[in-house]
Design a protein around this ligand. Structure first.
Ligand code: AP5
Ligand code: MG
Length: 192
């Protein structure tokens, strides 16, 4: 089994690289942002709890994120592994994830950090805002809030995995293919 946290600030390329990874390695993509947007679209209780925070670029409550992940883990039948995209986003979530995985005899292998500078993130999200339909892409203030929330609340998660010797940083500003190659060389190491 191969369980990877694909980590990085808003616009770092987590979703883009996840699509390529799941195709090549047969892993399950678990994006809490995407799943929350689906809950909002279906107007579920979890969606209602998350909507205001998501629209404003803040983090949804931990319990919402954890419930969504638990549901997906429980649903999977003999998975080859998971790409966690946008989760865990707080140290509380990281601790909860460890517990959930442990209860199934699973574990996180590594956290891959996509390092991209602020200007590039803002450019990418602004470009995407024309087609994404995402409320949180639509104005600069919200994009700034997301980047700040990442620094304040999410970056400590990287340390949590660093302390466990599971931290794999890579430069995330190159071409999509170039970044994917680097990711593959890391994954091949853990998969063998
Ligand atoms: P989420 O959906 O996770 O959004 P995010 O973290 O803000 O990241 P993005 O999806 O914007 O970027 P990405 O890293 O996936 O990059 P992408 O591949 O799209 O979360 C949204 C919200 O949901 C949060 O703010 C929060 O409210 C809530 N939420 C989610 N999870 C939560 C949790 N666990 N706890 C609490 N709340 C939670 O790429 C971006 C753009 O750049 C694309 O247009 C892409 O085509 C382009 N691009 C990608 N790579 C490259 C490249 N190498 N070169 C040039 N362009 C590139
Ligand atoms: Mg994404």
């Amino acid at each position: 089994m191969l369980n990877i946290v694909l980590f990085g600030p808003p616009g770092a390329g987590k979703g883009t690289q996840s699509q390529k990874i799941i195709k090549k390695y047969g892993l399950i993509h678990l994006s809490t942002g995407q799943l929350m947007r689906e809950h909002i679209a279906k107007n579920t209780d979890l969606g209602k709890q998350a909507q205001e925070d998501i629209d404003n670029g803040k983090l949804a409550p931990d319990n919402v994120a954890i419930s969504i992940v638990k549901e997906q883990l429980d649903k999977a039948r003999n998975p080859k592994g998971f790409i966690f995209d946008g989760f865990p986003r707080t140290v509380n979530q990281a601790i909860a994830l460890d517990k959930l995985l442990k209860s199934k005899g699973w574990d996180i292998d590594a956290l891959i950090m996509l390092e991209v500078d602020r200007e590039e993130l803002i450019n990418r999200i602004t470009r995407r805002s024309k087609t994404s339909g995402r409320v949180d892409d639509q104005d600069l203030e919200k994009i700034f809030t997301r980047i700040q929330v990442y620094k304040d609340q999410t970056l400590p998660v990287a340390n949590y995995y660093k302390e466990q010797g599971k931290y794999e940083p890579i430069e995330g500003s190159n071409s999509i293919e170039g970044i994917f190659e680097k990711i593959c060389s890391i994954l091949d190491r853990y998969a063998s």
